[in-house]
Write a protein that binds this ligand. Structure first.
Ligand code: AMP
Length: 295
């Protein structure tokens, strides 16, 4: 009995989540959605807690979306810890877990996809072709299915937020997209389900990503460097790690268009927000991080 009371309500069928939401609506409840791929950590849980405070009911989805993984990426080995995830969610009130199977989301013959356009080809999109169209498609499906009042996303995946806001705006969805700060480990490394792939030596080098971002932030703000110096300073910090195998990008970007502004006139960005962002392969693990700063 005790055990059963502690179970979190888990729904696998899209038709049943739809019915559940209908009942919430009939009772006048507001609904928040936190889409995830599971292997939950404190970054995810901060979003869930916030939704649980701001809404009467929160749906957490766990779905490792095959559409957003490239052929040579980590779809098969992506960490899946459903029992741990449920334990973590049980601690937070008013949460329903939606955990559909691939075949329920993309049944045989499925053929409708979102093309988010050029913004999805910048930054990570350059190295993960099709990734953001896959993200946009699954998020669109989840938003249509659940029709939340609010959906919550982490700033750690900054480009994802830009893309989802664009999707919601351009498809006229009446849903508030809310964002939350990146939750970090003690040494600044952004929490990520993929950090579990790192061995102890790689884990030490992983802290260089945040170090590089903070070093550049400090020097930009005290004006000892300009945007033109950002790339080389970040790269030289990152290259001190012997397990840093590839720096895919490490630069300064317009926070709306995501265009690299390292060669732009710094005066054009005075008093404006800019994005410092990096994607780095450490060992064989691809990690990303960013800082939004005001020049
Ligand atoms: P994922 O399971 O990696 O797809 O992430 C699900 C949601 O959690 C996304 O909105 C992410 O941006 C967010 N998220 C992941 N890591 C963090 C973090 N360290 N801090 C805050 N949000 C995060």
């Amino acid at each position: 009995m005790q055990n059963q009371q502690n179970q979190i309500e888990t729904i696998r069928m899209p038709s049943i989540i739809r019915e559940t939401i209908k009942i919430f609506r009939q009772r006048g409840k507001t609904v928040g959605l936190v889409p995830t791929m599971g292997a939950l950590h404190n970054g995810h849980l901060a979003l869930v807690r916030r939704s649980s405070i701001e809404n009467d009911a929160t749906i957490v989805s766990i779905f490792v979306n095959p559409l957003q993984f490239g052929a040579n990426e980590d779809f098969a080995k992506y960490p899946r810890n459903i029992s741990d995830d449920k334990d973590k969610l049980k601690e937070i009130g008013n949460v329903v877990l939606f955990m559909p199977d691939d075949m329920l989301m993309y049944p045989k013959g499925y053929s409708t996809y979102i093309d988010i356009g050029e913004i999805g080809t910048r930054l990570c999109g350059k190295y993960r072709p099709g990734h953001f169209n896959g993200v946009a498609t699954v998020v669109c499906k989840l938003l249509n299915l659940i029709k939340p009042d609010r959906a919550y996303f982490g700033l750690k995946d900054y480009q994802q937020i830009v893309i989802i806001k664009k999707l919601v705006n351009e498809l006229n969805m009446d849903i508030d997209i809310l964002t939350a700060q990146t939750v970090r480990e003690y040494d600044g490394l952004a929490m990520s389900s993929r950090n579990a792939y790192l061995n102890s030596e790689e884990r030490k080098d992983a802290q260089l990503i945040y170090k590089a971002l903070k070093t550049v932030e400090t020097q930009l703000l005290d004006k000892s460097i300009t945007p033109a110096d950002v790339q080389s300073l970040m790269e030289s910090t990152l290259r001190t790690g012997s397990h840093v195998k590839e720096i895919q990008y490490a630069s300064i970007f317009d926070h709306e268009t995501l265009i690299d502004i390292s060669t732009s006139n710094v005066n054009n960005y005075k008093g404006k927000k800019v994005l410092l962002a990096a994607a780095v392969i450490i060992g064989s693990t691809r990690l990303i991080d960013n800082l939004l700063i005001e020049l």
